[in-house]
Design a protein around this ligand. Sequence first.
Ligand SMILES: [Zn+2]
Length: 354
Amino acid sequence: MVAKRTSIALIALGILVFSAAAGACAAPALHDIRPGYGVTAIGWLSDYHPPLKGTPGDSRVYYLDSGVPGATVYVQGGTHGAEIAGVLAATILVERAIPTVGRLIVVPHANNANVDYKDGSIPDAPSWITVEVEGGAPRSFRYGSRRTNPAYELQPDPEVYVSPSGGQYPGNEMRNLDRVHPGRPDGALTEQIAYAIFRLLVEENVDVAFDLHEAQVTSGIANTLIAHPRAMEAAVLAILDLSMQGLNFSLEQSRDEYRGLSHWEWGNNTRALPFLIETPNPGQTTHLSNRDPVNDPVNPLHHRVGKQLALIRAVLDATALLGTPPMLYEGVPTYADLVRDGLGPWLNAPTARP
Ligand SMILES: [Zn+2]
């Protein structure tokens, strides 16, 4: 009996220590994002799920409302923290897009609890990347991980992770935002992030939703658009449109084996048409000797950001053609603009030193 009591006390102590560890690093990471004239409001993911407030899983939400009726479009980068082209494409939308029809909602760091974590899968992965900008000091962006920092997670990894809709994955995938959709309101931190995003999609009545990713350059899904079955017609049109401009992407249809992934669960649980974009990131490619995620000669960051933005635009043109209200914006660079200019002129810089 004494032994049993002692072990209960030890478990209780363990829970206290674990909670304290999570609480010690409570504040969400803030990033160098410089909103442009298009931004009409700034909020938090915790506005949609208050328990996230004050945790490392909370993240900024940027609203760009034209004031003219049209579609509501949601774009998130940073599901996986190393997939930096998605983070930068979302950042450029926040800094440069001026909506003229409809509304844009952008979350550049969907899983803000992975930005300071290294899971060791890429031995020399940087913690930050640097981008030169015109008229100011270089800008730095976090280069995070695929999974939530275990120090922030509310529960230890299980042996096997079962997603809310029954997908079975290795236990550490409980900390992979793209396995835990549509989330659990009282679940692990990563599940609560997914739940906040699910509530955002529902409460904001989102018509079209994008999840921006990158893959190893040799992966079968690099340069791919993945769409829910409800969104496939628009995806086909978008791919054809881009191929006529000389930009070639593969197309994949989401299906039941993708339980817990954004493109499957958002499509099944919300009215949004969901799309997932993958561009090729040398920084994630283990067999390359030069894994530079920014200045790779074949797949430099500015080309990949251009592909992300080109796919978003082409999909929105296609959904509008097929009956979803339009969502239009100005000020966002095309693929050709980014290839010509690099990222520098398209990120905001201070106009003068203070
Ligand atoms: Zn990814």
